[in-house]
Design a protein around this ligand. Structure first.
Ligand SMILES: [Zn+2]
Length: 135
């Protein structure tokens, strides 16, 4: 089990993500806390510390995601994987409406639900960044 992510690998992940959370798209400069390099498939579920399994994530998304890889949606009663920034295109699964991140797919819905994209304070922060042209 390789949990360690080298300094160079961290830098590569951050640059590839353009210093934005790859889930909620928050820019790191607007946050008070440094962003995390997270395992898309957690170590617990067999994920590796390799570039193709790592994503740049804000502390809120990373903490809400934890070691989860998906969730069960009530409507479908089936397990749905989270959005995978290495395999999926953000705009195929999400869109923005007045600062809220809306889903275009079950993957989008599962990710919004567990990562809690639309908590009121997150929407307000997003709206301010949109107004400032920084989101
Ligand atoms: Zn985020």
């Amino acid at each position: 089990m390789r949990r360690h992510v080298s300094k160079n690998l961290r830098a590569a992940v951050a640059i590839r993500a353009d210093y934005r959370c790859e889930y909620c798209r928050m820019p790191e400069f607007a946050a008070l806390i440094k962003f995390h390099v997270e395992h898309i498939i957690s170590i617990k579920h067999g994920g590796k510390s390799t570039l193709d399994n790592l994503a740049y994530a804000c502390p809120i998304c990373n903490s809400n995601k934890g070691t989860d890889v998906g969730t069960v949606l009530e409507k479908e009663e089936t397990f749905v994987r989270f959005f995978n920034p290495r395999k999926h295109s953000w705009s195929d699964h999400f869109y923005l409406k007045k600062g809220r991140i809306q889903s275009k797919s079950p993957i989008g819905l599962a990710t919004i639900k567990i990562l809690d994209f639309n908590k009121p304070e997150r929407i307000l922060e997003r709206r301010e960044l949109i107004a400032a042209g920084a989101y």
